[in-house]
Design a protein around this ligand. Structure first.
Ligand code: C2E
Ligand code: CA
Ligand code: CA
Ligand code: CA
Length: 276
């Protein structure tokens, strides 16, 4: 058994090594990415579930790396968080999103994802103030999206940072609700404006899962009782849209109403839609 173990070790080490090497390369590229202007923001519409009018756009970062080509956020955001590179990247995202949103009609908000590492930085509040001042965007048009992970450590610092943003007039959305560390107790910790019901529940319910259905129902009921609105994420067809609307979700986001799009395409939506 010992010999076999040794053999296994030799056989697997190059693979482990390769993935560490890959990660090191990706990190080196990520470190240069801001300076090389390799990030761009895409914008995905969020619609009112009843009128189906666009009420907001969520800013989603895209990285076109000169070394690696297109790298998905699912891959580089966790790396950026581990290396704290998310702090300067997130700062860029916030500024870029605020600057873009001022080209939109006054009633359209912008949603910006903020990682715990970024939120916990002492500079965060000043960054928000600066971005709003620089863009001239009314604070009411900026919604900050955080996940429950902000409550895992330094919860009071995170809460303070979000309360400061709320004092400016910004709103806060609780993203990916129901995944990960979920505890309904988190909802009492802050007056979130919006709870975003994770795509996994929308898909589950659409496929007939009573458990997913019950969770969406419970979240919607709780949100209503706490004066929060709900957004269903990942709605991909008309049946899912009808289902989440019937379940009482106030807003809908997903491929059915629009994929994340370039800033130019987002602007074109306003030109072509007289209701906006
Ligand atoms: P998220 O905040 O939950 O964003 C929604 C994700 O779901 C986006 O993936 C979006 O493209 C995708 N999506 C939207 N509608 C549908 C649908 O109908 N079906 C399916 N299958 N997917 C849909 P994306 O853009 O790949 O981003 C992944 C995650 O990366 C985001 O999840 C967010 O956690 C993170 N992320 C993206 N941009 C930023 C950013 O600027 N800052 C931070 N901190 N995180 C970001
Ligand atoms: Ca989000
Ligand atoms: Ca989400
Ligand atoms: Ca997510």
């Amino acid at each position: 058994a010992k010999d076999a173990g040794g053999g296994e070790h030799c056989r697997f080490e190059p693979m482990l090594h390769a993935s560490a090497e890959e990660r090191r390369k990706l990190e080196a590229s990520l470190r240069k990415a801001l300076g090389l202007d390799e990030f761009v923001l895409h914008y995905q519409p969020v619609v009112d579930s009843r009128t189906e009018n666009v009420v907001s756009f969520e800013a989603l970062v895209r990285w076109n790396s000169s070394d690696h080509g297109f790298v998905s956020p699912g891959k580089f955001i966790p790396l950026a968080e581990d290396t704290r590179l998310i702090v300067p990247i997130g700062k860029w995202v916030l500024r870029e999103a605020c600057m873009e949103a001022r080209n939109w009609p006054e009633n359209i908000k912008v949603n910006v994802n903020v990682s715990p590492e970024q939120l916990l930085e002492p500079d965060f509040h000043q960054d928000v103030v600066d971005c709003l001042a620089m863009s001239g965007l009314r604070p009411e048009r900026l919604e900050i999206e955080v996940t429950e992970s902000i409550f895992l450590r330094d919860a009071s610092i995170a809460r303070n940072a979000l309360e400061q943003a709320m004092a400016l007039g910004c709103s806060i959305a609780l993203d990916d609700f129901g995944t990960g560390y979920s505890s309904l107790g988190y909802l009492r910790k802050l007056s979130f404006s919006t709870i975003k019901v994770d795509r996994t529940f929308v898909q589950g319910a659409a496929q007939g899962s009573n458990e997913s259905l019950a969770i969406i129902n419970a979240v919607v009921a709780m949100a209503k009782s706490m004066n929060m609105s709900t957004t269903a994420e990942g709605v991909e067809d008309s049946e899912e849209a009808e289902m989440v609307r019937d379940l009482g979700c106030d807003k809908i986001q997903g491929y059915y109403f629009g994929r994340p799009m370039s800033r130019e395409d987002a602007l074109d939506l306003f030109k072509n839609d007289p209701s906006l």
